[in-house]
Design a protein around this ligand. Structure first.
Ligand SMILES: O=P(O)(O)OC[C@H]1O[C@H](O[C@H]2O[C@H](CO)[C@@H](O)[C@H](O)[C@H]2O)[C@H](O)[C@@H](O)[C@@H]1O
Length: 259
């Protein structure tokens, strides 16, 4: 028994054979919900969420990636109950603008710009913000289809600038500093600063849809703790142990946590 997959049934989505067989390896977190909660019993749940494609649907214009009021309400309830952080590829302020919740911690620029509780070892930081870098984010408008050419230009330019690297997303190239810091590091940073650095009884849940979220999934696997959950409606190569099809299912899962 698990939580009902209302959104998929309502939308009339049907599952392809490929998706059904992929689900065997990455079972639906709604269907496994009760099993997961048995594992979580007595542990301190900490929630980590990606933004685009996880809390909001993927839309053509990144400036219009609003989350629904219902998602906001459920997320607010979750954050009242458990420490909750959003780790996004976007600029932190942009995610805060979309989410509008004060009880959530935020990390932007793939975790390079963190607003988090600080432990004593970081007491020199100002205003609970740790900013390693502000992003140079370029969105390619729908009209601009020639991604191959843009990719080649970026690669030629970056050859001259080895201190920078490019990462790719859905219709997006992002150029950032060539340093070893990703969403997985941000997750570890949050856990440490929330006092769960070496804790055996913490249960981190990380939900994300993007390639950059895989770094966080890997951290959970390495720690042997928690639930890495990928959001995808098609089979994909992932380290996640569980899956959800779309943001609506993310909302149902979050709702289950506070029900
Ligand atoms: O880490 P995330 O919170 O998932 O952010 C990843 C990127 O999200 C945004 O782009 C993606 O979502 C847009 C809105 O749905 C969509 O139009 C775009 O195609 C997607 O790539 C954001 O614009 C990027 O800066 C983030 O890195």
């Amino acid at each position: 028994m698990g939580l009902a997959r209302l959104s998929s049934i309502e939308d009339g989505n049907d599952f392809s054979i490929e998706y059904a067989s992929w689900l065997v390896e990455h079972p639906c977190a709604l269907e496994k919900f009760e099993e997961m909660m048995k594992i979580a019993k007595g542990k301190k749940i900490v929630i980590f969420l990606d933004y685009d494609g996880t809390l909001s649907d993927i839309v053509p214009n990144p400036e219009e990636a609003f989350m629904t009021d219902k998602m906001r309400m459920v997320l607010g309830e979750v954050a009242n109950r458990f420490p909750t952080a959003i780790i996004s590829g976007r600029k932190r302020e942009r995610v805060q603008y979309f989410v509008q919740l004060k009880n959530v911690y935020y990390a932007g620029s793939h975790g390079l710009d963190i607003e988090a509780p600080l432990d004593s070892t970081n007491s020199n930081e100002k205003d609970n913000k740790v900013v390693f870098y502000q992003p140079a984010i370029e969105f390619l408008p729908e009209k601009q289809k020639d991604f191959g050419t843009v990719e080649n230009i970026i690669s030629v330019v970056l050859k001259e600038h080895p201190n920078f690297r490019v990462s790719t997303g859905i219709k997006v190239f992002e150029i950032g500093p060539n340093i070893e810091w990703n969403k997985g590091h941000a997750l570890e940073y949050f856990l440490e600063n929330l006092g769960f650095g070496n804790s055996d009884d913490v249960l981190p849940i990380y939900i994300g849809d993007d390639r950059t979220d895989e770094d966080a999934f890997k951290v959970l696997l390495k720690r042997g703790q928690g639930f890495p959950i990928v959001v995808t409606a098609t089979p994909k190569d992932t380290k996640a142990l569980y899956s959800l099809r779309e943001p609506k299912e993310v909302m149902e899962f979050l709702l289950g946590l506070v029900a």
